[in-house]
Design a protein around this ligand. Sequence first.
Ligand code: BES
Ligand code: ZN
Length: 618
Amino acid sequence: MVSFAAWATLAGVLALNAGPMREPDDHSFGTPEHVLVNHLDLTLDVDFAAKVITSEAKLAIERTSQDVSQPLVLDTKGLAIQSVEASADGKTFAKAPFALGKDDPILGQSLTISLPEKVHSVTIRYATGPRATALQWLTPEQTAGKQHPYLFTQSQAIDARTWIPLQDSPGVRITYTARVKVPEALTAVMSAARLPNRLPKGEFSYEMKQSIPPYLIALAVGDLEFRKLGPRTGVYAEPSVLTKAAAEFSEMEEMVTACEALYGPYRWERYDVLVMPPSFPFGGMENPRLTFASPTVLAGDKSLVSLLAHELAHSWSGNLVSNATWRDFWLNEGFTVYLERRIMEAVYGKARADVEAVLGKRSLLREMAELSKPDQILHIELKGRRPDDGLTDVPYEKGALFLKHLEAVYGRVPLDRFLKAYFKRFAFQSITTATFEKYLEERFLKYGIAKAIEANAKEWLYEPGIPSDAPKPVAEALTKVEAHAKAFAAGTTAAADLPAAKLSTQEWLHFLDALPADLGNARMAELDKAFSLTKSGNSEVVFQWLLLAIQHGYEPAYPRLEGFLTEQGRRKFLKPLYEELVKTPAGKERGIAIFRKARPSYHPLSRDTVDGILGWKE
Ligand code: BES
Ligand code: ZN
């Protein structure tokens, strides 16, 4: 008889021959279990007049199953495919038959390419289409300098396929090179190392040697300049923004060093940040070697740099160890929020990190109350849905809370040791929630069954709600602020008597958030007069204030509301403000009037979101 152990070993060996175990990805047509893409050579020609990228993508591929009849299946969305060639040796290419599948509104179209038995690479010539949601083409007026156009990509979660035909699954990792041609006055930057090749003006050459998931391929083209911050850190921005950006991010090198001390070496050589035009739909995007950041984080006083800590932390959680499918998104974001706060603690002190943790949990509890039970689960079901549906506080804040809970159960030092080992063990791999769970069990088994029960991983990962023994972060500073908000709302404190000068940005946010929606306009005016909130230059503060202003119908803030909704396109700000506006008929009318003007300058992602809120039809 064959023992169970022997069977298990045998099964393990068989699994190995079949390539790494893959969880199916509901958001990709690809069949990497048969034919796998592992490298990409891109040639891009960026045409601002036509708003089209014409491109040649050469994909290095390998068979991963015995079945040599299997074709190569790629993801595409709106691409105009011009030709496809395949090669057995990477030298001689012959036309390969191909077919585009049925168009799915979320996933796009599969591109199925027939292959010879022996394969080495495939070359696809194509052009991007008008609905390439990864691309935003900006007119000169939409930039800081107003002189040159600008283009940037945003590939996460499943939009890489709108500019590159690929196996667009985070479970498929590739290395890449790119040759980019742009107008002579402009600079192209990518999530890769710039090669020092001598090239004609307007041509750039990039290489990413570390394997990454396709959602991390990124390009930006504009009138860009660079300033060095530290030995391996720097900032890119339009010339007029550069000085402000460099001042705001002056602690970047220190953040990298702090994270390395906690979780092991920084594996990407350089860490630079590109400050985006204001229509960038996110606060930040962790493109490897080159974070893209919204200019709305340039508060002038470093009060919003936790965003930088967040995107930097993704260099470990997300980019080095990536979620294998979008169901596992919490592995990226929950870990990253936890790391972000550890960086903030190391560089700015515990009080600051605690405040962010309290605000995070508060936001989570509030959002959780509105979410369906299935959407409260870390390992979320997203089949048939957009991965964006999973973009709630659950992966971010519930995920981070789970790690904080593990910290409480096992101790900070053992958890840090675990995380450091985790990043080393799974470096440059994409993993699922189940793989994480198994590793957690293995590493913490030695602490015994009682601790395992206390860790309660199954409930955290697979059940809705927040377990009753979840950490309860507290920050003394915020408790005080709540008391001030209460006293002000009750009328026992006047605005002039609030200790406003001493409040940090985060305390201000909490104060405004703790105010009721029925203060009355006289008290709103009193606050505004005392603290010039309508004129605040801090995007987070003005956002929180404008929410209150809409709730109160506080007219003096309306011009600023219109300005704020027109001048920047960060979805996190647009969504709640428009949602607040549509709650009343007058508000909805105002929202529509503003949107009519602002819509052309919004990014497609933000535009879609607001279209939905306002029921807008073109
Ligand atoms: N990777 C995310 C942004 C993202 C997620 C884009 C999913 C597309 C799909 C990024 O790291 C992020 O989380 N950004 C946050 C900021 C952060 C401090 C919470 C944002 O943009 O608000
Ligand atoms: Zn993130």
